[in-house]
Design a protein around this ligand. Sequence first.
Ligand SMILES: C[S@@+](CC[C@H](N)C(=O)[O-])C[C@H]1O[C@@H](n2cnc3c(N)ncnc32)[C@H](O)[C@@H]1O
Length: 275
Amino acid sequence: MNTAMSMPSPDGKTWFERAINRFLSPSGRRVFSGPKAQVIPSGIPDPELYRVPEDFNRLYQPWWNPANKSLLRPEVTANTLLNPQKLYMLRQLARSSLAVPGDIFEAGAGSGGSTRVILDVLQAAGSTKRIWSLDTFEGYQKIDPSKDGNHLQIAGCRCASFEDVTRLLATPNHQVTLIPGLIPGTLSQVKSEVISFAHIDVNLHEPTLAATEFVLQRLSPWGIVVFDDYAWPATYGARTAIDQACSARGLEVTVVPHTTQAFLINSAPMPSHGL
Ligand SMILES: C[S@@+](CC[C@H](N)C(=O)[O-])C[C@H]1O[C@@H](n2cnc3c(N)ncnc32)[C@H](O)[C@@H]1O
């Protein structure tokens, strides 16, 4: 194929992709061009481990099942930066922790979509667990370039207002407490001594470290923590924070393949091993 034919047009699609899609459109199927290149910040000690995911032709993706349509309803998808597979992982792991004693904690409510998914899990199960969810509700206010690089602009965030998020998460029993302001300063407002499930999604080193420490000090046995920003090269500062807090307790995260997420189950400290 010559270069002009493979060049993307202003809408980002190549001539080849357009032609294939014209051919496929009667069947309702489409192809999409591959992912954009990711910049690996210098300073990451293991750049060779940030790889393009394995390209299977077809995989079972239950989040597209119509039975899961409440997960991907507009109320959620319009208010989250998480893609369908990350929302699915978040929901499944939140469900798995329902029998564990404790409250729910979230750092990084954003526009409230991820919180809404967790709240749906509680409501579907008739659980009265409290959710404490923190954010500046004004985007990224404080970035340390020495830890976080420069990929996030100060205050740059597609975030709904505090009032909109409050409306999205309102329940008759006021199950969700939203705490506006900068982590770590706001953590003292979380009046919870025991946590069963946490979602940490603030992208930056300092608030990730503080929120992870806070959660690990309170996490019930078999409690679960989902870290949204572990495997993305741009949020390497969050990965170093999570590793620091976990390794101090002999805990180890598991990376979720094909997403940026990792999770932790508070079982027992990992034995040291050479695997
Ligand atoms: C990736 S967004 C959260 C996305 C959200 N969970 C969703 O479902 O789309 C990260 C959030 O972290 C918040 N944030 C960053 N630094 C913070 C800090 N120090 N304290 C509180 N919130 C912070 C930002 O305001 C932003 O809303």
